[in-house]
Design a protein around this ligand. Sequence first.
Ligand SMILES: Nc1ncnc2c1ncn2[C@@H]1O[C@H](COP(=O)(O)OP(=O)(O)O)[C@@H](O)[C@H]1O
Ligand SMILES: [Mg+2]
Length: 376
Amino acid sequence: MKSPFQYGKLAEGTTFVNRLKEKQMLKNNLVSGINTMLISPRRLGKSSLVKLATTELLNENKEIKVCYIDAFTLNTEEGFYQAFAREVIKSASNRWESWLTTGKKYLQALSPRISIGSDPMYDFSIGFEMSAIKENELELLNLPEKIAQAKKIKMIVCIDEFQNFAKMKTYPELEQKMRSVWQHQQNVTYCFYGSKRHMMMEIFNSSSKPFYRFGQIMFLSKIAENEWVDFIVNAFGRTGKSISSELAKTLVSKVDLHSWYVQQLSHFVWNLTENEVTEDILMQATEQVIDANLPLYQRECEALSATQINLLAAVASGEQMLASAEVTAKYRLGTSQNVSKNKKTLQNADLLEKTKNGFNFLDPVFKQWFVSEYVR
Ligand SMILES: Nc1ncnc2c1ncn2[C@@H]1O[C@H](COP(=O)(O)OP(=O)(O)O)[C@@H](O)[C@H]1O
Ligand SMILES: [Mg+2]
């Protein structure tokens, strides 16, 4: 029988747990034309939530069309404009014949090269000359609004890992142009989501930046313990195995309610279990999760300097006064300048997050492994 748990792919159908409130809020926003920026550490469930919420909107309302762009793979402005035009055109119609006509009609000035590949459903590309892009940037950014007006539809444009755009050298000009065109659109709503909290906040919450007050910022929190426990107990039951609520609680607490790890650990436990989950199985499966992620953790640590590792060790040991003379000396953190630089670097690398209560590890399993390796 197939495992009822899944990771590495978007959660959907029976593998999707709850998030009813967040889903409703996101749907309400998007249907009301409120641009929404969704932020959480990676692998907590942003992409899954946006996909589910927008799919429901698509099914409920025939006037709505949705397109998805992943900024993670886009490193140049030209690349962005091409992906943007392609996905907007694709979403406006299900028929590839009309992609050709739509592309030609609305992007005439850019004389696009449009090609349909062997699998027309997915294999569609649109290319422009660089010079044509440069002269028609605003036109391109306005494409969804133009199509939406003409076809009397509403468009939702979803951009995943939006903060990745900020890595482009020309991003400051790009964001000016985006904002200046997008703020006037009446029939298009934007949903941007990203894993790098401070970069997202820098883009959307600094009063000096163009995207300041572009829409509502939403922080996605972890799925609650009782939701996970119900899901896990049911999933085992459905597949002819069983787990007690107590052990399910222990399971989710081992990975600190982190969505991806809950699914991965549950999957390993399920695989090891013939009938009923035992504590022993849970221990073995936890080892398997660490083993499975070990190469990643090692690679992450190899990229760090000695004082950065020491700073992680101090945080892992629960120290909060990281700049104090005592802590600096005890953990050999270097100069105070060094400490503040390392704090930034570790946040940028997504290893630490700063909360009201001080610094925390973002990845609960990495933390466990790190403690066993580096903290005595
Ligand atoms: N609502 C959910 N219910 C159950 N599992 C989830 C949920 N959201 C995410 N997950 C788990 O977490 C993993 C990462 O989810 P994803 O949506 O890709 O996160 P993000 O976009 O925040 O990085 C999924 O593969 C799935 O295993
Ligand atoms: Mg994602």
